[in-house]
Design a protein around this ligand. Sequence first.
Ligand code: EGV
Length: 371
Amino acid sequence: MSASANLTQLEGVALEGGANLSDGHARHNPTPAQAKIIEALPELFWRATMTPPAEMDLRAQRAFTTALGQHRAPVDEGRVLSCYASSVAMEIFARALRPRTDAVALVHPTFDNIPDILRGFGFRLQPLEEDLLHGAPDQILDRHDVGCVFVTTPNNPTGRVLSADALATLAASCAERDVILTLDTSFRGFDARAQYDHYAILDESGARYVVIEDTGKLWPTLDLKVGLLAFGPDVGIELELIHSEILLGVSPLILALVEAFAGDAADGGLSELHEMVAANRALLHDGLAGVPGITFPDWGSRASVERVDLGPGRSAAHVSGSLRESGVHLLPCNAFYWADRRRGQHQVRVALSRPPAMVEMAVQALASALE
Ligand code: EGV
Protein backbone atom coordinates (compact mmCIF):
# COMPACT_ATOMS: atom_id res chain seq x y z
CA MET A 1 0.00 0.00 0.00
CA SER A 2 1.56 3.31 -1.06
CA ALA A 3 2.15 6.16 1.36
CA SER A 4 -0.43 8.28 -0.45
CA ALA A 5 -3.23 5.68 -0.09
CA ASN A 6 -6.45 7.07 1.30
CA LEU A 7 -7.86 5.79 4.58
CA THR A 8 -10.51 3.64 2.94
CA GLN A 9 -7.89 1.94 0.74
CA LEU A 10 -5.97 1.09 3.92
CA GLU A 11 -9.21 -0.15 5.51
CA GLY A 12 -9.76 -2.32 2.44
CA VAL A 13 -6.60 -4.33 3.17
CA ALA A 14 -8.07 -5.33 6.53
CA LEU A 15 -11.13 -6.84 4.82
CA GLU A 16 -8.88 -9.63 3.53
CA GLY A 17 -8.64 -11.14 7.01
CA GLY A 18 -6.84 -10.91 10.33
CA ALA A 19 -7.67 -8.68 13.27
CA ASN A 20 -9.51 -5.73 11.74
CA LEU A 21 -9.36 -2.71 14.02
CA SER A 22 -9.13 -0.46 11.03
CA ASP A 23 -12.47 0.84 9.73
CA GLY A 24 -15.05 2.61 11.88
CA HIS A 25 -17.87 0.30 10.82
CA ALA A 26 -19.78 -1.68 13.44
CA ARG A 27 -18.33 -5.18 13.74
CA HIS A 28 -19.07 -5.99 17.38
CA ASN A 29 -21.17 -8.88 18.64
CA PRO A 30 -24.91 -8.24 18.53
CA THR A 31 -26.67 -8.05 21.90
CA PRO A 32 -29.35 -10.67 22.63
CA ALA A 33 -32.07 -8.16 21.63
CA GLN A 34 -30.25 -7.40 18.37
CA ALA A 35 -29.77 -11.10 17.69
CA LYS A 36 -33.56 -11.48 18.00
CA ILE A 37 -34.10 -8.84 15.31
CA ILE A 38 -31.66 -10.67 13.04
CA GLU A 39 -33.54 -13.94 13.67
CA ALA A 40 -36.72 -12.13 12.55
CA LEU A 41 -35.25 -10.96 9.22
CA PRO A 42 -37.63 -13.06 7.06
CA GLU A 43 -40.59 -11.52 8.91
CA LEU A 44 -39.17 -8.03 8.37
CA PHE A 45 -38.85 -8.86 4.69
CA TRP A 46 -42.51 -9.80 4.31
CA ARG A 47 -43.70 -6.84 6.37
CA ALA A 48 -41.65 -4.54 4.15
CA THR A 49 -43.25 -6.13 1.10
CA MET A 50 -46.75 -5.37 2.34
CA THR A 51 -46.22 -1.76 3.39
CA PRO A 52 -45.92 1.26 1.07
CA PRO A 53 -42.21 2.11 0.73
CA ALA A 54 -42.84 5.76 1.64
CA GLU A 55 -44.32 4.65 4.95
CA MET A 56 -41.33 2.39 5.68
CA ASP A 57 -39.08 5.37 4.94
CA LEU A 58 -40.90 7.73 7.34
CA ARG A 59 -41.03 5.11 10.08
CA ALA A 60 -37.31 4.39 9.86
CA GLN A 61 -36.43 8.10 9.81
CA ARG A 62 -38.70 8.86 12.75
CA ALA A 63 -37.47 5.91 14.83
CA PHE A 64 -33.81 6.75 14.19
CA THR A 65 -33.92 10.50 14.74
CA THR A 66 -36.02 10.28 17.91
CA ALA A 67 -33.83 7.49 19.37
CA LEU A 68 -30.91 9.95 19.09
CA GLY A 69 -32.77 12.93 20.59
CA GLN A 70 -33.45 14.71 17.30
CA HIS A 71 -37.17 15.28 17.92
CA ARG A 72 -37.36 18.30 15.64
CA ALA A 73 -35.73 16.56 12.67
CA PRO A 74 -37.98 17.54 9.74
CA VAL A 75 -39.24 14.01 8.99
CA ASP A 76 -42.93 14.91 8.78
CA GLU A 77 -42.11 18.02 6.74
CA GLY A 78 -40.56 15.80 4.05
CA ARG A 79 -37.13 17.34 4.49
CA VAL A 80 -35.22 14.13 5.21
CA LEU A 81 -33.96 12.11 2.25
CA SER A 82 -32.81 8.52 2.75
CA CYS A 83 -29.62 7.51 0.93
CA TYR A 84 -27.68 4.26 0.56
CA ALA A 85 -24.89 5.60 2.79
CA SER A 86 -23.80 8.88 4.35
CA SER A 87 -21.09 9.19 1.67
CA VAL A 88 -23.86 9.12 -0.95
CA ALA A 89 -25.71 11.82 0.99
CA MET A 90 -22.45 13.79 0.98
CA GLU A 91 -22.06 13.45 -2.77
CA ILE A 92 -25.63 14.66 -3.31
CA PHE A 93 -25.04 17.58 -0.96
CA ALA A 94 -21.75 18.49 -2.66
CA ARG A 95 -23.24 18.49 -6.14
CA ALA A 96 -26.22 20.57 -5.03
CA LEU A 97 -23.98 23.08 -3.23
CA ARG A 98 -21.60 23.72 -6.13
CA PRO A 99 -23.73 26.25 -8.09
CA ARG A 100 -24.00 28.36 -4.93
CA THR A 101 -20.37 28.49 -3.77
CA ASP A 102 -16.96 26.94 -4.43
CA ALA A 103 -15.46 27.71 -1.01
CA VAL A 104 -15.94 25.48 2.04
CA ALA A 105 -14.40 25.66 5.53
CA LEU A 106 -14.07 22.03 6.62
CA VAL A 107 -13.19 20.77 10.08
CA HIS A 108 -9.54 19.69 10.44
CA PRO A 109 -8.68 16.89 11.05
CA THR A 110 -11.48 14.63 9.83
CA PHE A 111 -11.96 11.40 7.86
CA ASP A 112 -10.37 11.95 4.45
CA ASN A 113 -13.24 10.89 2.24
CA ILE A 114 -15.03 14.15 3.17
CA PRO A 115 -12.32 16.46 1.72
CA ASP A 116 -11.80 14.00 -1.13
CA ILE A 117 -15.49 14.05 -2.12
CA LEU A 118 -15.66 17.83 -1.84
CA ARG A 119 -12.46 18.33 -3.85
CA GLY A 120 -13.89 15.96 -6.45
CA PHE A 121 -16.65 18.50 -7.08
CA GLY A 122 -14.12 21.33 -7.40
CA PHE A 123 -14.48 22.95 -3.99
CA ARG A 124 -11.62 25.03 -2.60
CA LEU A 125 -11.23 23.82 0.98
CA GLN A 126 -10.04 25.79 3.97
CA PRO A 127 -9.05 23.82 7.09
CA LEU A 128 -11.22 24.80 10.06
CA GLU A 129 -9.10 23.92 13.10
CA GLU A 130 -10.94 22.18 15.95
CA ASP A 131 -9.52 24.65 18.49
CA LEU A 132 -11.11 27.58 16.63
CA LEU A 133 -14.34 25.64 16.09
CA HIS A 134 -14.77 24.89 19.78
CA GLY A 135 -12.91 27.85 21.27
CA ALA A 136 -14.18 30.81 19.25
CA PRO A 137 -17.06 29.74 16.99
CA ASP A 138 -18.08 33.41 16.65
CA GLN A 139 -14.78 34.12 14.85
CA ILE A 140 -14.93 31.36 12.24
CA LEU A 141 -16.46 33.50 9.51
CA ASP A 142 -14.07 36.38 10.24
CA ARG A 143 -11.21 34.03 9.44
CA HIS A 144 -12.81 32.01 6.65
CA ASP A 145 -14.41 33.68 3.66
CA VAL A 146 -16.57 30.79 2.48
CA GLY A 147 -20.09 29.92 1.34
CA CYS A 148 -20.36 26.85 3.55
CA VAL A 149 -19.02 25.63 6.89
CA PHE A 150 -18.83 21.83 7.22
CA VAL A 151 -18.45 20.26 10.67
CA THR A 152 -18.28 16.60 11.68
CA THR A 153 -19.67 16.20 15.23
CA PRO A 154 -18.71 14.11 17.10
CA ASN A 155 -15.61 14.36 14.95
CA ASN A 156 -13.81 11.38 13.47
CA PRO A 157 -11.21 10.50 14.79
CA THR A 158 -11.03 12.98 17.69
CA GLY A 159 -14.52 12.43 19.12
CA ARG A 160 -14.87 16.16 19.85
CA VAL A 161 -18.50 17.24 20.15
CA LEU A 162 -19.89 20.63 19.13
CA SER A 163 -21.67 21.98 22.22
CA ALA A 164 -25.19 23.39 22.00
CA ASP A 165 -23.78 26.87 22.71
CA ALA A 166 -21.11 26.58 20.01
CA LEU A 167 -23.71 25.32 17.52
CA ALA A 168 -26.04 28.23 18.33
CA THR A 169 -23.19 30.74 17.95
CA LEU A 170 -21.96 29.25 14.69
CA ALA A 171 -25.48 28.96 13.28
CA ALA A 172 -26.22 32.61 14.16
CA SER A 173 -23.13 33.83 12.33
CA CYS A 174 -23.93 31.61 9.33
CA ALA A 175 -27.46 33.08 9.27
CA GLU A 176 -26.09 36.61 9.46
CA ARG A 177 -23.73 36.10 6.50
CA ASP A 178 -25.97 33.75 4.53
CA VAL A 179 -23.49 30.88 4.74
CA ILE A 180 -24.74 27.28 4.63
CA LEU A 181 -24.00 25.26 7.77
CA THR A 182 -23.54 21.52 7.19
CA LEU A 183 -23.15 18.91 9.93
CA ASP A 184 -22.05 15.30 9.60
CA THR A 185 -23.35 13.56 12.72
CA SER A 186 -22.50 9.95 11.84
CA PHE A 187 -21.00 9.29 15.29
CA ARG A 188 -23.68 11.00 17.41
CA GLY A 189 -25.19 7.71 18.59
CA PHE A 190 -22.10 7.01 20.69
CA ASP A 191 -22.18 10.18 22.71
CA ALA A 192 -25.12 11.51 24.73
CA ARG A 193 -23.44 14.93 24.65
CA ALA A 194 -24.19 15.03 20.90
CA GLN A 195 -27.84 14.12 21.36
CA TYR A 196 -29.35 17.49 22.31
CA ASP A 197 -31.86 18.49 19.64
CA HIS A 198 -29.69 20.09 16.96
CA TYR A 199 -32.68 20.82 14.73
CA ALA A 200 -34.38 22.96 17.38
CA ILE A 201 -31.24 25.14 17.53
CA LEU A 202 -30.77 25.24 13.76
CA ASP A 203 -34.41 26.17 13.11
CA GLU A 204 -34.27 28.86 15.75
CA SER A 205 -31.13 30.39 14.19
CA GLY A 206 -32.68 30.99 10.78
CA ALA A 207 -29.52 29.60 9.13
CA ARG A 208 -29.61 27.61 5.94
CA TYR A 209 -28.57 24.14 7.09
CA VAL A 210 -27.94 20.56 6.03
CA VAL A 211 -27.42 17.61 8.39
CA ILE A 212 -26.08 14.23 7.33
CA GLU A 213 -27.17 11.51 9.74
CA ASP A 214 -25.92 7.92 9.51
CA THR A 215 -27.07 4.58 10.91
CA GLY A 216 -23.93 2.88 9.56
CA LYS A 217 -21.54 3.19 12.50
CA LEU A 218 -23.88 1.98 15.24
CA TRP A 219 -25.18 -1.51 14.70
CA PRO A 220 -23.59 -4.77 13.53
CA THR A 221 -25.87 -5.10 10.49
CA LEU A 222 -23.24 -6.11 7.90
CA ASP A 223 -23.27 -2.63 6.36
CA LEU A 224 -27.03 -2.66 5.82
CA LYS A 225 -27.56 1.01 6.69
CA VAL A 226 -28.89 4.36 5.54
CA GLY A 227 -27.49 7.86 5.41
CA LEU A 228 -30.08 10.61 5.97
CA LEU A 229 -29.83 13.97 4.24
CA ALA A 230 -31.87 16.44 6.31
CA PHE A 231 -32.22 20.15 5.58
CA GLY A 232 -33.90 23.34 6.70
CA PRO A 233 -36.93 25.04 5.14
CA ASP A 234 -34.89 27.57 3.10
CA VAL A 235 -31.78 25.61 2.34
CA GLY A 236 -31.50 27.23 -1.08
CA ILE A 237 -29.82 24.34 -2.91
CA GLU A 238 -31.39 21.60 -5.07
CA LEU A 239 -31.00 18.62 -2.75
CA GLU A 240 -34.28 16.91 -3.67
CA LEU A 241 -33.63 17.20 -7.39
CA ILE A 242 -30.10 15.79 -7.18
CA HIS A 243 -31.25 13.05 -4.79
CA SER A 244 -33.86 12.01 -7.36
CA GLU A 245 -31.15 11.85 -10.02
CA ILE A 246 -29.22 9.35 -7.90
CA LEU A 247 -31.92 7.13 -6.41
CA LEU A 248 -35.64 6.51 -6.02
CA GLY A 249 -35.40 5.03 -2.56
CA VAL A 250 -33.51 2.75 -0.18
CA SER A 251 -34.62 -0.88 0.13
CA PRO A 252 -37.63 -1.16 2.46
CA LEU A 253 -35.96 -4.21 4.00
CA ILE A 254 -33.07 -2.03 5.16
CA LEU A 255 -35.57 0.59 6.36
CA ALA A 256 -37.40 -2.08 8.36
CA LEU A 257 -34.09 -3.18 9.88
CA VAL A 258 -33.21 0.43 10.78
CA GLU A 259 -36.62 0.91 12.39
CA ALA A 260 -36.20 -2.27 14.45
CA PHE A 261 -32.62 -1.47 15.58
CA ALA A 262 -33.61 2.13 16.37
CA GLY A 263 -36.52 0.85 18.46
CA ASP A 264 -34.09 -1.36 20.37
CA ALA A 265 -31.66 1.57 20.73
CA ALA A 266 -34.38 3.69 22.35
CA ASP A 267 -35.28 0.74 24.53
CA GLY A 268 -31.90 0.32 26.22
CA GLY A 269 -29.75 -0.64 23.24
CA LEU A 270 -28.00 2.71 23.19
CA SER A 271 -26.75 2.27 26.77
CA GLU A 272 -25.56 -1.25 25.95
CA LEU A 273 -23.67 0.21 22.98
CA HIS A 274 -22.08 2.85 25.19
CA GLU A 275 -21.02 0.19 27.71
CA MET A 276 -19.47 -1.97 24.98
CA VAL A 277 -17.43 0.95 23.59
CA ALA A 278 -16.38 2.08 27.08
CA ALA A 279 -15.24 -1.46 28.00
CA ASN A 280 -13.18 -1.74 24.80
CA ARG A 281 -11.73 1.73 25.36
CA ALA A 282 -10.65 0.58 28.86
CA LEU A 283 -8.98 -2.51 27.32
CA LEU A 284 -7.04 -0.20 25.00
CA HIS A 285 -5.97 2.16 27.76
CA ASP A 286 -5.09 -0.61 30.23
CA GLY A 287 -3.24 -2.67 27.63
CA LEU A 288 -0.96 0.23 26.75
CA ALA A 289 -0.59 1.61 30.27
CA GLY A 290 2.95 0.26 30.66
CA VAL A 291 4.27 1.49 27.32
CA PRO A 292 6.52 4.53 27.76
CA GLY A 293 6.01 7.58 25.55
CA ILE A 294 2.46 6.96 24.40
CA THR A 295 -0.50 9.26 25.09
CA PHE A 296 -4.21 9.36 24.32
CA PRO A 297 -4.95 12.74 22.75
CA ASP A 298 -8.73 12.27 22.72
CA TRP A 299 -9.22 12.04 26.46
CA GLY A 300 -12.97 12.02 27.14
CA SER A 301 -13.95 10.82 23.67
CA ARG A 302 -16.86 8.38 23.53
CA ALA A 303 -16.63 7.68 19.81
CA SER A 304 -16.20 4.10 18.61
CA VAL A 305 -12.65 4.90 17.51
CA GLU A 306 -9.69 6.27 19.44
CA ARG A 307 -6.29 7.65 18.62
CA VAL A 308 -3.06 6.64 20.26
CA ASP A 309 -0.16 9.08 20.01
CA LEU A 310 2.98 6.96 19.74
CA GLY A 311 5.34 9.81 20.59
CA PRO A 312 7.79 11.76 18.41
CA GLY A 313 10.26 8.89 17.99
CA ARG A 314 7.79 6.50 16.38
CA SER A 315 6.25 6.59 12.91
CA ALA A 316 2.58 5.59 12.65
CA ALA A 317 3.08 4.39 9.07
CA HIS A 318 5.97 2.18 10.19
CA VAL A 319 4.21 0.75 13.25
CA SER A 320 0.89 0.12 11.47
CA GLY A 321 2.78 -1.30 8.48
CA SER A 322 4.66 -3.85 10.57
CA LEU A 323 1.51 -4.82 12.51
CA ARG A 324 -0.25 -5.30 9.18
CA GLU A 325 2.42 -7.87 8.22
CA SER A 326 1.36 -9.90 11.25
CA GLY A 327 -2.33 -9.56 10.44
CA VAL A 328 -3.28 -6.77 12.86
CA HIS A 329 -4.87 -3.75 11.20
CA LEU A 330 -4.95 -0.20 12.62
CA LEU A 331 -5.06 3.11 10.77
CA PRO A 332 -2.16 5.56 10.63
CA CYS A 333 -3.64 9.03 11.13
CA ASN A 334 -1.69 11.04 8.53
CA ALA A 335 -4.58 11.35 6.08
CA PHE A 336 -7.04 12.57 8.72
CA TYR A 337 -4.98 15.76 8.62
CA TRP A 338 -6.06 16.41 5.05
CA ALA A 339 -4.42 19.85 4.95
CA ASP A 340 -1.11 18.83 6.60
CA ARG A 341 -0.54 15.07 6.76
CA ARG A 342 2.59 15.35 8.92
CA ARG A 343 0.45 16.30 11.91
CA GLY A 344 -0.87 12.74 12.02
CA GLN A 345 2.43 10.98 11.48
CA HIS A 346 2.84 9.79 15.07
CA GLN A 347 -0.76 8.72 15.68
CA VAL A 348 -2.74 5.56 14.99
CA ARG A 349 -6.52 5.11 15.22
CA VAL A 350 -7.97 1.99 16.81
CA ALA A 351 -11.56 0.94 16.02
CA LEU A 352 -13.47 -0.10 19.14
CA SER A 353 -16.74 -1.55 17.75
CA ARG A 354 -15.24 -5.03 17.83
CA PRO A 355 -15.46 -8.20 19.96
CA PRO A 356 -13.41 -7.59 23.14
CA ALA A 357 -11.10 -10.56 22.47
CA MET A 358 -10.05 -8.98 19.18
CA VAL A 359 -9.37 -5.64 20.87
CA GLU A 360 -7.31 -7.36 23.58
CA MET A 361 -5.25 -9.30 21.08
CA ALA A 362 -4.59 -6.25 18.86
CA VAL A 363 -3.67 -4.09 21.85
CA GLN A 364 -1.13 -6.71 22.98
CA ALA A 365 0.34 -6.80 19.48
CA LEU A 366 0.56 -3.00 19.46
CA ALA A 367 2.15 -2.94 22.91
CA SER A 368 4.85 -5.42 21.91
CA ALA A 369 5.47 -3.63 18.60
CA LEU A 370 6.18 -0.49 20.62
CA GLU A 371 8.63 -2.13 23.02
C1 EGV B 1 -14.22 5.28 9.30
C2 EGV B 1 -15.38 4.23 4.70
C3 EGV B 1 -15.80 5.53 2.69
C4 EGV B 1 -15.93 5.00 5.87
C5 EGV B 1 -15.19 4.57 7.12
C6 EGV B 1 -15.15 5.57 8.19
N1 EGV B 1 -15.01 5.04 3.65
N2 EGV B 1 -17.07 5.60 2.83
N3 EGV B 1 -15.17 5.92 1.62
O1 EGV B 1 -17.27 4.66 5.98
O2 EGV B 1 -14.17 6.06 10.22
O3 EGV B 1 -13.50 4.27 9.25
O4 EGV B 1 -15.78 6.57 8.22
